[in-house]
Ligand binder design. Structure first.
Ligand SMILES: Nc1ncnc2c1ncn2[C@@H]1O[C@H](COP(=O)(O)OP(=O)(O)O)[C@@H](O)[C@H]1O
Ligand SMILES: [Mg+2]
Length: 407
């Protein structure tokens, strides 16, 4: 079963939350005030960028202090009435069983439309009168809609954890998953996340799940091809577009070249499309796209490129019903890694072939076919002899490593 690592490794206690120690101390101080009566500021307004642990901190707090947490979020704020109903809970100080209550209004940025004005006004009322601790969370507390509300709240800002802190968090996850990860690979992921822990953890999972080792090479190929529009969004646009035109436009939003985009689509299709007939139809569109792609390459006739692009986007979109069943995460394309390592292997083979040619006076093609297999046996079984051969053929470290590796 697929469990997002953001859930699996979600902090359960405050000590597991990374970064933001000062903010957490401030929250704890405020909640302690409630033990002595009703404090001056009855509501706490926690704000900061997405993915830095605002929600999980409040959940961990309730857990640590054994409080009953009553949570609501954007989907509960559709109408002012709905907001009023939720707000009603804030009048009860403790539960039937004497457990103290903590009320959380999360994702306040999500109050929109008809619930907007009325909703914020109701929440402001609750913030002034509540008889139990109330926490409000929003990304942007400085939205003018919240200006009155802010005056009644203790404002606490959550900041992006540092890169080092994120790396440490990723490292813990790797240890738990039995993955040996290079520090530089984790630093790269942390860097890319721009301080968003959620997206760092998601990237790590997409790149490393099921692996024993995670190297810098495994992740660095993402560099430069980075997301103008995050590639996952582009895939979503192509697979689930309303119409062919939207799907087609996605090509321009992707910050990867069309060949690369092809790989992303190819790799993700079977995971997104569950119906075998629909999968066959979309694969068919993709295979036709591939034919045009080849033809462009061999004939250099660039007028054909639009067939390639249209078939791999709109062609896929219109070949299935586009109803997602459940949530399936998009994957990083493995084939690209295999292809590029294939290229690396060919390069090293031909380099060794040249060395053999120089010494043995046979063609390097023949050397690759007839000599290298024997060299591999020797390098893997007789280090003494291998050392001598390496010196004689003048092989460098990477060549020796290649010959010594068991396939
Ligand atoms: N400071 C943090 N410490 C540990 N994990 C974090 C932190 N911030 C985010 N995460 C991870 O990202 C996920 C989303 O965090 P969340 O609290 O929902 O972010 P926010 O509410 O700030 O958008 C969590 O489930 C957790 O896995
Ligand atoms: Mg949140």
């Amino acid at each position: 079963m697929y469990i997002p690592w953001t859930l699996k490794y979600k902090p359960k206690t405050l000590s597991e939350v990374i970064g933001n120690r000062a903010a957490i101390e401030k929250i704890l101080g405020w909640i302690r005030e409630w033990n002595r009566g009703i404090p001056k500021r009855r509501a706490l307004f926690l704000h900061g960028p997405p993915g830095v642990g605002k929600t999980v901190t409040i959940e961990a707090l309730a857990n640590d202090l054994d409080m009953e947490l009553i949570e609501s979020n954007a989907s509960d704020y559709r109408t002012a009435d709905a907001v009023r109903r939720i707000a009603g809970r804030a009048s009860e100080y403790s539960t039937l069983f004497g457990k103290r209550r903590l009320i959380l209004f999360d994702e306040l940025d999500g109050i929109t439309g008809s619930a907007d004005r009325g909703g914020v006004r109701i929440i402001t009322e609750v913030a002034r009168k509540t008889r139990c601790p109330l926490v409000l969370i929003a990304n942007n507390a400085y939205d003018p809609r919240f200006s009155t509300l802010r005056r009644h709240c203790l404002m606490v800002e959550f900041k992006k954890p540092s890169k080092t802190e994120i790396v440490r968090h990723l490292k813990r996850i790797c240890i738990h998953e039995g993955i040996e990860a290079e520090e530089s690979a984790l630093r790269f992921i942390a860097e890319r996340s721009g301080g968003d822990v959620r997206s760092a953890v998601n990237d790590l999972q997409a790149l490393a799940q099921g692996k024993r080792r995670l190297t810098y090479e495994d992740v660095s190929w993402l560099a430069g091809r980075d997301r103008k529009e995050a590639i996952f969004n582009v895939l979503r646009m192509i697979f689930y577009a309303k119409d062919a035109e939207t799907s087609r436009r996605a090509v321009n939003m992707a910050d990867v070249d069309p060949d690369m985009l092809f790989e992303w689509i190819y790799e993700n299709l079977p995971h997104q499309i569950k119906d075998p007939k629909e999968l066959a139809a979309t694969m068919d569109a993709l295979s036709k796209a591939d034919i045009y792609r080849k033809r462009v390459r061999t004939t250099q006739d660039w007028s054909l490129i639009s067939y390639f692009l249209d078939l791999m986007t709109a062609g896929v979109t219109v070949s299935w019903s586009r109803r997602a069943r459940g949530w399936t995460p998009f994957k990083f394309p493995d084939r690209i890694r295999t292809l590029s390592s294939g290229k690396g292997e060919r390069a090293i083979l031909s380099a060794i072939g040249m060395k053999i040619r120089r010494r043995c006076h046979i063609s390097s093609v023949r050397a690759i076919k007839e000599v290298i297999p024997y060299l591999k046996v020797i390098f893997q079984n007789n280090p003494e002899m291998a050392r001598g051969l390496a010196r004689w053929l003048d092989l460098d470290d990477s060549m020796v490593r290649y010959l010594s590796e068991k396939d």
